[in-house]
Design a protein around this ligand. Structure first.
Ligand code: GUN
Length: 294
């Protein structure tokens, strides 16, 4: 069997178009122009690239974006003061602090300083806590996990009672995606570097989300025939046949997995485009919420 390829580019384009239409409508009917502030501390090249991509995507759907760059040696109070300033600005509806922050900064404190009504990354401890609790609703859900769920929905996955395995326990992807799968009535196993018999655990998955950051770690014979595989990994490996001598691969060995899975996301072109699309969804939501809260 060859798996259906889940086209993240296509689904993300659909989501972006929805945001574009609703953004135009919000401006026309209420005079509100959604605005996103992107805070970038230091000179991590990947972070610079991500923020550039996010700001370009904003421009394409009519969301205004504002860039705030602080030096690598910015102090904790400098970063927190900037966030407070942005909290007070009515033209900014969403604040994103690009992670990782330089090691000397207290990430938790910075994220807790973001106004709850502007927490478009969903990383504020209160939103993260609500996501993990039954009967509570976060105002915002982190973009990559939300994108993973949207891809599964678009693939027509049966969530209720499915065995879902999440490989990776990060705050940005693994943990929140596991919470979302539980909220969708899956039976969820979270695996990590200390998990025993990993291939066997993964073989039990009807839904596999790989977010561990290890190139091509999950092999085809670890996958249950017909399973739906969402690969969040973006790892650069050497490839002498490629123009720049390298290429991007996921956490799943695509070549062998595609022969076993029922559906699978490619890397690139799977989860990546969804992360940005869902950030736009959250920013529009923040602008809409600003009307309700006066
Ligand atoms: N670093 C890696 N992924 C993300 C993300 O989704 N949001 C932010 N702010 N930083 C990240």
């Amino acid at each position: 069997m060859t798996a259906k390829i889940i086209d993240g580019k296509l689904i993300a384009a659909k989501v972006r178009q929805e945001v574009k239409d609703k953004t135009a409508e919000l401006l026309a009917s209420k005079g509100v122009h959604p605005g996103l502030a992107a805070v970038l501390v230091g000179d991590n090249p990947a972070s610079h690239t991500y923020v550039k991509m996010k700001r370009k995507a904003c421009a394409e759907v009519g969301i205004e974006s504002f860039g705030f760059d602080l030096p690598q040696d910015a102090s904790q109070s400098q970063v927190e003061s900037l966030v407070q300033e942005l909290n007070a600005r009515p033209d900014i509806h969403g604040i994103l602090v690009q992670l990782p922050l330089p090691a000397h900064l207290d990430e938790e404190k910075v994220l807790a300083a973001v106004g709850l009504n502007k927490d478009v990354d969903g990383f504020h401890p209160l939103n993260a806590g609500r996501l993990a609790q039954k009967g509570r609703e976060p105002d915002f859900v982190p973009a990559t996990p939300a994108g993973v769920i949207r891809l599964l929905e678009e693939t027509g996955v049966q969530f209720s009672g499915a065995n879902a395995v999440v490989l990776g326990r990060s705050n940005i992807v693994g943990m929140p995606v596991a919470m979302l799968l539980v909220r969708n009535d899956c039976t969820v196993t979270i695996c990590h570097s200390r998990t025993k018999n990993l291939p066997e655990v993964i073989r039990g998955a009807d839904i596999l989300v790989a977010a561990v950051g290890r190139a091509q770690m999950v092999k085809g014979d670890w996958i249950k025939p017909g399973a739906v595989v969402i690969d969040v990994g973006t790892n650069r490996i050497n490839d002498s046949s490629a123009k720049d001598g390298s290429r991007l691969v996921g956490d799943v060995d695509f070549e062998s997995a595609v022969e076993v899975a029922g559906a699978i996301t490619p890397v690139p072109g799977g989860v990546g485009p969804m992360t940005i699309a869902m950030l736009l969804v959250n920013t529009l939501r923040a602008a809409e919420m600003s009307l309700k809260k006066g």
